[in-house]
Design a protein around this ligand. Sequence first.
Ligand code: EPU
Length: 421
Amino acid sequence: MDRLHINGGVNLEGEIRIAGAKNSALPVLAASLLTHDSVKVCNMPHLFDITTMLELLGCMGVQRVVDEKMNVQVDSSMIENLNAPYELVRTMRASILVLGPLLARYGRAEVALPGGCAIGSRPVNQHIAALKSMGAVIEVENGYIRARSDGKLKGSHIFMDIVTVTGTENVMIAATLAEGQTIIENAAREPEVVDLATCLNMMGADIKGHGTDTIVVDGVDELHGCSFSVMPDRIETGTYLIAAAATRGHIKVKDTRPHALESVLSKLEQAGAALRVGEDWIELDMRGRRPRAVSLRTAPYPAFPTDMQAQFTALNAVAAGTGSITETVFENRFMHVHEMNRMGASIRVEGNTVIVEGVERLNGAPVMATDLRASASLVIAGLVSENETTVNRIYHIDRGYECIEEKLQSLGARISRIPVR
Ligand code: EPU
């Protein structure tokens, strides 16, 4: 398992390009199962999770051609297997996204039940209940979700008990080929849900209300192919901006979508960053200033994203003052805190809140990454530390950040990957 070696203390400076969004590319790839035509997905990030999704589609019989620009042509005309095996689902929970399209197009699917993970128990009961209300017969046995439907799924009026991103996506995908109208209330409003709906509409679906908490899908007989470019990754964007703010740097991120990051940008301004924003770029200047601690609370979009919570904890760790960070989406997303305290941070956990008292500086240490965003926060902590930090188990980071060490190197960071056999 590779490690990242960081010699901290450099103010990040320069420009980087943001990759396509992992959490948009994954459902879009799953949605390609809905049609016999081929779907071209552009602006795909070069990430482990994408490779896993392509492998999953491949083992179902989907033909995939990836060009040198990471555009992927997916052809689902020859599906021979409607099963998502445990070996793949356990490495990527987003595999659950094939349940909706398989059921809608083939009336049958078998998907290993995703287990809990480092950030919480993460059940999929909402996905299952919604698909059942559309007429699917679903049993969970021997660790598998076995689903079938006699004939087409039926449109239904669904009230999601909680806001779930992949739950909304699974149901929205399934509803495109259902008989009649499906209304999803308390739907997730995340930009990635909107991106998926845009792609589905380009494939001939009839979806309205995406981006609000009520999505209305009128089922159609069939969908066709399209060419779709996934949106820029807002979490990657925010992560580099926070890294620049924490190191008192000055960077410009390009090919991004500032509008999808309003809650994050507002917190960065509260932390003292000077921001300039264009249509597809953001420039952050923190030169000569220590960040101020900020308080925040995670919640579904448009509120502050849980996927940026750990990175802000790293920023607060070296900020002036005390900030509190409350996590309301996942029950166990503070694993990075103990590692940061080993680096000299002063953070205490009180229930679902962490209280962060900013210290002047952190000290490098060997630390261990436990999940994707926690890993990113430890890299930020390493970048602001005196001396050397080694981040172990970085396979987590490769799931969601494309070429992280190269991008940080181009901003002046002293960071390198140490391959470990
Ligand atoms: N939940 C249930 N039942 C369900 C579904 C969800 O109780 O049937 C709970 C979860 O346990 C959690 C909350 O609802 O407490 C929200 O979970 P959600 O379903 O929205 O999360 P997800 O769809 O599994 C996506 C992203 C995550 C991101 C969350 C929240 C993808 C592939 N994953 O997960 O991204 O944190 O939404 O915004 O879109 C990441 O990229 O690092 C990541 C974890």
